[in-house]
Each structure stands twice: as C-alpha cells, then as structure tokens.
Design a protein around this ligand. Structure first.
Ligand code: C2O
Ligand code: CU
Ligand code: CU
Length: 468
C-alpha cells in the first residue's frame, strides 16, 4: 500500500508544528526508481567493522559513536548520501559479553533529533531509545546496556518518533552481538567464521540516491551488508551466519537453492537444538542464525543465497581450512513457561477514513502521554496479537524489554520462524498469535509496535508501563 507521506502531522505534535524540521534528505514527491545496473557478484561483501571500546574498566566497556551524515558507495561508481552511526552505512558492530556492561556515548551531528534503540535488549527505560526521548542536534547522550541477558544477535537503530522509518531506511542501523561464555563450550564457529549479515531492501534514483518517499513495494534492490549482489569468499568449513532483516517492511524467503542450512538461533538467541531447513522466512526486524557447512562443497564451488528466486549474495568456496568447530545436537533449553495470570488483546490496524492513514493499536494511535497497559514487574502474561485490518496488508509485532515465546498461530502450532525466544513476529493478513512474555528487571515505560516502520511512525505503536 502506498502511504501518502506528504501531509503527516507527527502524532503528539500540534497541527502546524512538526516535531522535527528541515530533516528530509530527498524530495518528498515520489521519484522514479531505477534498477541499478550492477554486474552480479562483482563486489565483495564487507563484514561491518567491530568497534573497539574507548575505555575498559571495572567490568564495563565504554564506546563512543557519532551519528552523522555520510556518503557511501552502494551502487558501484556512485555516491549515496546516507545517515549513519559511526560513518558507515551498516554501523560498526558492538561485540558485547553477557554479564559485562556496555556504555555508549552517542554524539548527534545531524541537524535533527535522533536516538538509539537496542532492539532485543533488556535495558533500563532511560537507555531504551523511547520514541520521545531523543538526542538533540549537537548534543551527546550516554546509553547504558547492562547485558544481563544470554547471548543473542541484537541490532541498534534510530527510534525518534515519526522519523524512525526514514532514518533507518537511510542507514541508521547496526549489529549489537552479545557473546555468552556458556556458548563457548558448544564450540560453534567463531571469530572470522561467525559473520553478521544485514539484509535489507532499497530503491535508488539514477544518481545513486536512496528513494524513501515511494511505495515500499518498489524497494526491489536487496543489499547484503550494504552491497548489491555481492560475493563472499568462504573456506570449505563450517560458518555461523547471523542474518538480520533490517528492511522497514519486507518479508524475505531465503534459500540456498535447496541446500540444507542448520538453523541454530532466532531473535533472542540459541534454539534448544539445531533445525535443518531449506528456507528461512525472515520478516522485518527478525533475526535468524544458521550454520552452513561448506566442507561439503569442493573448492571452486559457488552457492547463491536467494530471496525467493532473486539472487542476493554468492558464497564462493575458495580454499580449504582447518575446522575445530562443532554443531552440537543440543544447544540451549528455552526458559519454562509459568502459568500466566494475565491475558491481553493487541490488535493492529489502519484507520483509512481520513485524508491520511493513521496507524492504530487497539483502535487508537500512539499517544506518548497515555499508558496502554500497566504490567506488574515479574509477571508473566499472554498477549493475543492480531492483524485487525480488513485490507490485505502485513504487519510485524515487536515488544521492547522482553523476549517472548509464540504459543500458537491462527489456533495451530507456531511456524518454524516463530521458534525460540522472539521479540518480533510476522503478523500477516488474517494473522493471529498468542505469545507469552515475562516482564522482569526494570520499572518504567516501554513501547510495543508494528515493526513496519512506516506504520509505527504514523501511530501503530502503544505503551506499557512496568510497575512495582
Ligand atoms: Cu526495532 Cu521499537 O524497535
Ligand atoms: Cu525494539
Ligand atoms: Cu504494520
């Protein structure tokens, strides 16, 4: 669906008083996209650099990052203006450790407010990147990440209200990986053989600029770590790939042309056991981790990762290598599900009755002054999440603060992509799921929302408050 972006008043702002001014990089009228002329598999897929701490002391690593505009080469030979964390289109990777705190100072050098949300993180409310809690231009802000959670592939992105869709689309996204000592004994592939891959969609104009104000269905150019159809040289051994769908609104159907992949983790970390799959369905903001054993393929062989039938990335087996990694039969058990004393309904939909569409949760657009659910700290709840639209449109559901487990989907068993600890799930037309979460740790306000960011940015978001 094409949402008319031109006349939106940010929710929470008065008529004629936008929350942010002077922020748009591109024309607000829909431009015509071009399919960049790229020779497939001619560019190597980069691995985003791991950021080094500016300081390490007393069980804490302190990092510094700057939020700033940059120009990067995505389409070969052209410069693309982007918005970044740390100057690169896929921001630097933070490698945190379970049980060891991270603090990050972010300086905002944009000419507009921005912030940082650690997607999937259990963090205090003041460090969660609440949509109304932004860093003003020229200012800096310290975010506190205690990492009191098990190993997982998280990511960080902008969450400044009304602007999150454009900011993330223009490049404000990066990986935040939590390593876990208890995973060490599993001897999964690590180091250079543990590779995060950010997949996302995009649409370009003929100068290489990213087109934001157009129908998201025209974002047909898929990027792998910021490159179009790159290749990635691999050794003939096992690799761990951490796949993230960082698209604003897209469901990927990933496959290796029928080859088997072993799925080992989802949003919140390891599954109880590896699951052999030939296809991975990955909706916006979801993560999945796989182990691929290239030792089954002779040096010289090439394997293509497809989205449906669209080639996204090619793995080139270029050399032999020793491999002392394992793929154990048992990974990590899921936490038990206690009896849930509270059940709630969460319905996502659009109000299309006015000139502009408005996103709704339980019939109401986001209001930062309103608490939609009050939740007692430590309680376990079952939420019934559904797509309440009568038009055919996808949503995803994402909850801050807690990881949940999917109990059932459309009255039947969960789908393979629902397995494990989750913070984001696909809610397609007619979709209805029951999820169970325990709300521990922190008191305060957190949001839950559709992670189709064009939807959350026009109101498809609500707020919970964890109380004592
Ligand atoms: Cu990925 Cu509310 O966030
Ligand atoms: Cu989040
Ligand atoms: Cu939605």
């Amino acid at each position: 669906m094409l949402l008319p972006f031109t006349k939106l008043t940010p929710v929470g702002a008065k008529e004629g008083e936008p929350l942010h001014q002077g922020y748009h990089l591109g024309a607000r009228t829909a431009a015509t996209g071009v399919r960049p002329a790229v020779t497939p598999f001619s560019v190597r897929m980069p691995v985003p650099p791991v950021l080094q701490p500016a300081q390490s002391a007393y069980g804490t690593d302190i990092y510094k990052m700057v939020i700033k505009p940059a120009e990067v080469e995505i389409v070969p030979g052209l410069r693309t203006p982007v918005l970044t964390y740390g100057g690169s289109f896929v921001g630097p990777t933070i490698r945190a450790k379970s049980g060891r705190a991270v603090k990050i100072v972010y300086g905002n050098r944009l000419d507009m407010p921005a912030n940082v949300h650690l997607h999937g993180g259990h963090v205090p409310p003041g460090s969660d990147g609440h949509p109304m809690d932004v860093i003003q231009p020229g200012e800096a802000r310290l975010y506190d990440y205690p990492n009191t959670q098990q190993g997982a592939t998280l990511w960080y992105h902008d969450h400044s209200h009304h602007m999150e869709a454009e900011h993330v689309y223009r490049g404000m996204h990066g990986f935040y990986l939590i390593d876990d000592d208890s995973e060490r004994s599993l001897r999964l592939p690590q180091g250079a053989y543990d590779v995060p891959i950010m997949l996302r969609d995009s649409e370009f104009d003929e100068t290489g600029g990213l087109i934001f104000f157009d129908d998201p269905a025209n974002r047909t150019t898929i990027l792998a770590n910021g490159k179009i159809q790159p290749y990635f040289p691999v050794a003939a051994r096992k690799y761990r790939f951490r796949l993230l769908n960082a698209s604003n609104e897209h469901v990927f159907r990933l496959n290796l042309g029928g080859q088997e992949m072993m799925k080992i983790a989802s949003d919140g970390g390891l599954l109880p056991a590896p699951v052999p799959v030939t296809e991975l369905v990955l909706a916006s903001a979801e993560r999945t981790e796989i182990v691929v054993d290239f030792s089954r393929h002779p040096v010289g062989e090439q394997l293509i990762l497809f989205n449906g039938s669209d080639p996204v990335l090619r793995f080139d087996v270029t050399r032999e290598a020793a491999d002392d990694s394992w793929l154990p039969d048992v990974l990590r058990p899921l936490p038990a599900l206690p009896v849930a004393p509270v059940e709630r309904e969460v319905a996502m939909s659009f109000d299309l009755s006015g000139t502009d569409p408005v996103g709704l949760v339980n019939g109401r657009p986001f209001d930062p002054g309103r608490v939609d659910f009050q939740i007692r700290r430590g309680t376990t709840e079952i939420w019934h999440v559904r797509n309440a639209d009568t038009i055919t449109i996808d949503h995803t559901f994402h909850m801050h603060l807690a990881q949940f487990q999917v109990l059932d989907r459309n009255g039947g068993p969960p789908l393979p992509q629902d397995a494990g600890l989750k913070d984001t799930v696909h809610v397609p037309p007619g979709g209805s799921l029951r999820i169970q979460a325990t709300f521990g740790d922190y008191l305060g306000r957190y949001v839950y929302h559709c992670h189709y960011l064009e939807h959350s940015s026009i109101g498809m978001m609500a707020q919970m408050e964890i109380i004592a």
